[in-house]
Design a protein around this ligand. Structure first.
Ligand SMILES: NC(=O)c1ccc[n+]([C@@H]2O[C@H](COP(=O)([O-])OP(=O)(O)OC[C@H]3O[C@@H](n4cnc5c(N)ncnc54)[C@H](OP(=O)(O)O)[C@@H]3O)[C@@H](O)[C@H]2O)c1
Length: 316
């Protein structure tokens, strides 16, 4: 049983841990939970590769972390998850610059975007949140294989309760676009990707974990209109009358826990929230993971669809 919970912070979860010699790669590290995860891990001695799509924003995030931790070992890498070509170029640079990755945190994400498409024609939310990370992780695999105590953490969300992955219409070509169904199924894909990774690569000592960080006020809500924000809050509070926002260090704590907790060693393919492993639950509106998100046949189906869509082949 985890000693941490809803209100635990990054620094509490990592207290006493020595991450020196470990390399952590974090996407979306210039903002919100990604930046705080980078700060907290660098504070414990990790070398952190901060990935983002805008060098100026990455530089600002590095400067902010260094004001608190002047000796933080921080590197930056620009990568835009909406372009397979950009992902291939960025990961090729990463393979030249870095020796290994011990912990990969696929944290970047968008929520409730208008109906838009990535450079490769994927609907924007599943394209960024899932296909982009599927391609990135596959291209970084040679570095991950060289890591120690290898873990991959995929940021999902309780929003995965909104929808299973629609394998027949992943890009909303045959139905009306709904920004919440789209976010929900992209976040279900993040859990299924964790299940698929763990099933294939635990034999290589690589374990994968999905994380719901909680509700945290970050830049994630930037695409919501005021009306959408009010409707979302009404929906959240009707399902969870005790809903409270977490602070950013509380929100990033479950990523830090999933990436480092000793009690999780060898126990991947799970969904974590509030610094513990969530139960499979198809009814609860206040926690747990839906069975469709941890179903191994759906995970295989998503894997095959993602290899086909991105052209990225993982080692067999
Ligand atoms: N906050 C919450 O309540 C909450 C709840 C559940 C799950 N989550 C998940 O937690 C993760 C982190 O979210 P956050 O709350 O920290 O949001 P955030 O502050 O908006 O950070 C998201 C990060 O993703 C990056 N990003 C977006 N599109 C990208 C792209 N095409 N290529 C590369 N990077 C891209 C953003 O870069 P730019 O700054 O350049 O846009 C930013 O660095 C997300 O996966 C989200 O779904 C958050």
């Amino acid at each position: 049983m985890s000693e941490f919970g809803w209100g635990s912070t990054t620094d509490e979860v990592l207290a006493g841990k020595d991450l020196s010699g470990r390399t952590v790669f974090i996407t979306g590290a210039n903002s919100g939970l990604g930046q705080e995860t980078a700060r907290a891990m660098a504070a414990r001695g990790a070398e952190v590769i901060m990935a983002g799509r805008d060098q100026a924003k990455l530089d600002e995030a590095v400067a902010a972390i260094r004001t608190e931790h002047p000796k933080a070992q921080l590197e930056t890498l620009t990568v835009d998850l909406t372009s397979l070509e950009n992902i291939r170029a960025a990961t090729s640079r990463a393979r030249q610059r870095f020796q290994k990755i011990d912990i990969l945190i696929n944290n970047a994400g968008v929520m409730a975007t208008p109906f838009q498409h990535t450079h490769d024609g994927f609907e924007m939310q599943i394209g960024t949140n899932h296909f982009g990370h599927f391609a990135l992780t596959g291209e970084l695999f040679p570095l991950i294989e060289r890591g120690h105590l290898k873990r991959i953490v995929n940021l999902s969300s309780r929003g995965h309760h909104f929808a299973p992955v629609d394998f027949d219409d992943p890009h909303f070509t045959q139905r009306a676009y709904d920004p919440w169904i789209s976010y929900g199924h992209s976040k279900t894909a993040n859990v299924l990707f964790s299940v698929g990774l763990d099933a294939r690569y635990s034999v290589l000592g690589i374990h994968a974990y999905a994380v719901h960080p909680g509700g945290i006020e970050t830049n994630l809500g930037r695409h919501m209109t005021e009306e959408m924000r009010e409707a979302l809050m009404a929906r959240v509070t009707s399902r969870d009358s005790g809903f409270q926002w977490k602070s950013i260090p509380q929100g990033a704590a479950t990523s830090c826990w999933a990436a480092t907790a000793e009690e999780l060693e060898g126990k991947g393919g799970v969904y974590c929230e509030d610094c513990h492993v969530g139960e499979v639950d198809d009814e609860s509106s206040t926690g747990g993971v839906r069975s469709y998100a941890v179903n191994s046949s759906y995970a295989d189906r998503l894997w095959a669809m993602s290899e086909e869509a991105t052209g990225v082949r993982y080692p067999s």
